[in-house]
Design a protein around this ligand. Structure first.
Ligand SMILES: NC(=O)c1ccc[n+]([C@@H]2O[C@H](COP(=O)([O-])OP(=O)(O)OC[C@H]3O[C@@H](n4cnc5c(N)ncnc54)[C@H](OP(=O)(O)O)[C@@H]3O)[C@@H](O)[C@H]2O)c1
Length: 319
């Protein structure tokens, strides 16, 4: 397993995302965590809203029941999406909330659910247009002083939003968590299509990929096996015949090269981690066997040609 540094801690490039464990039994979740550790995966990713808090509660019960388990992981969670609003007609209303009050209350709730006194990283989940960077800075400073949060980052933010935060916040932003997979690449398409008139040349996120590289902000790819916005898994999908043929062929070739089984899932992870930056792939499987397949990908290095072959097999054209 390869590693990068986050806040001076060595964390695995494959991260176990725990968004989909709300309905798991304790034994199933424990098996998943054990499988992660066995693969050298020492970082987990959560958010206060996953399963309305049940995902964190499941992990918290295990942390409480298994002494030492908490400290084997670099624990990251997110806040900033407020799902507890009530609309004028009494219906439930979700909105984005980076207020100091919401951030502080969210972290206390996260710590309570996780049965821990600190998390290693906190990300702001989705940009709040009404954000006041000075207020966020106050919240971060207090959480750090209290020892509740080790480091801070963002998710789904563009460079200008990060610049606004960095002006006020006295800590480096350690990571930006962004959607990226072989079949979802808006953040790199524009950089390959500079000064073109095609759709791929549209700069969707203000050059976030280049910005994070320039400012040494780790990129954590989410939905690493999905296409579109939660439209499903591209592996074995009829919508991506050439991509699947390419991944299968490359998995076979890499199996021969490395002398052990390399699956298409592993190649899809290797494709993300081949990007020359401090990259992490957050995989959301609930199955230990798939976690193993993904972990294999952390140690597979794709050639430049292989990387571009996968990119174009997903339907992208090079200018
Ligand atoms: N920051 C954000 O805004 C944001 C948004 C979304 C997610 N995230 C984070 O990213 C993590 C990963 O997201 P994700 O769960 O969408 O990622 P994912 O790893 O792309 O998707 C996981 C899902 O794909 C299924 N799957 C995997 N391989 C498959 C195959 N070969 N055939 C059929 N199904 C397959 C898994 O089923 P099995 O469980 O059966 O393997 C699981 O339901 C989340 O847990 C969360 O931590 C962050």
């Amino acid at each position: 397993m390869n590693h990068i540094q986050l806040n001076q801690q060595k964390v695995s490039t494959i991260v176990l995302g725990l968004m989909r464990i709300a309905d798991q039994t304790a034994d199933e979740t424990k098996a998943l965590l054990d499988a992660a550790l066995a693969e050298g995966i020492n970082m987990i990713d959560l958010a206060d809203i996953y399963g309305d808090g049940r995902c964190e509660e499941n992990i918290g019960k295990l942390f409480a029941a298994c002494p030492g388990l908490r400290d084997q992981f670099f624990v990251q969670s997110k806040c900033g999406i407020n799902i507890k609003g009530t609309a004028f007609d009494g219906s439930r209303f979700t909105y984005f909330d980076f207020s100091k009050e919401h951030i502080l209350a969210s972290v206390d709730d996260i710590l309570r659910r996780l049965h821990t006194d600190h998390i290693d990283s906190l990300l702001l989940h989705r940009p709040d247009v009404l954000m006041e960077p000075d207020e966020i800075a106050e919240a971060f400073a207090l959480l750090h002083r209290q020892g509740k949060v080790g480091c801070f980052g963002v998710s789904n933010q563009n460079p200008t939003q990060m610049e606004m935060l960095r002006k006020s916040v006295g800590f480096p932003l350690t990571a930006n968590q962004l959607q990226l997979s072989c079949a979802f690449t808006p953040m790199i398409d524009a950089g390959l299509n500079v000064n073109m008139e095609n759709r791929a040349s549209i700069v969707h996120e203000g050059g976030v990929w280049e910005y994070c590289r320039l400012h040494d902000i780790a990129i954590q790819a989410w939905s690493v096996l999905q296409h579109g916005y939660f439209q499903g898994v591209f592996l074995n999908s009829e919508k991506y015949p050439r991509l699947n043929d390419t991944l299968i062929a490359m998995a076979g070739r890499k199996s021969g090269e490395y002398g052990h089984k390399v699956s298409p899932t592993a190649v899809a992870m290797a494709w993300i981690l081949r990007l020359p930056h401090r990259m992490q792939a957050v995989i959301g499987t609930t199955r230990p066997s798939r976690l193993h397949e993904a972990a294999v990908g952390a140690d597979i290095v794709l050639t430049r040609q292989e990387w571009y072959e996968i990119y174009t097999a997903a339907g992208n054209r090079l200018p």
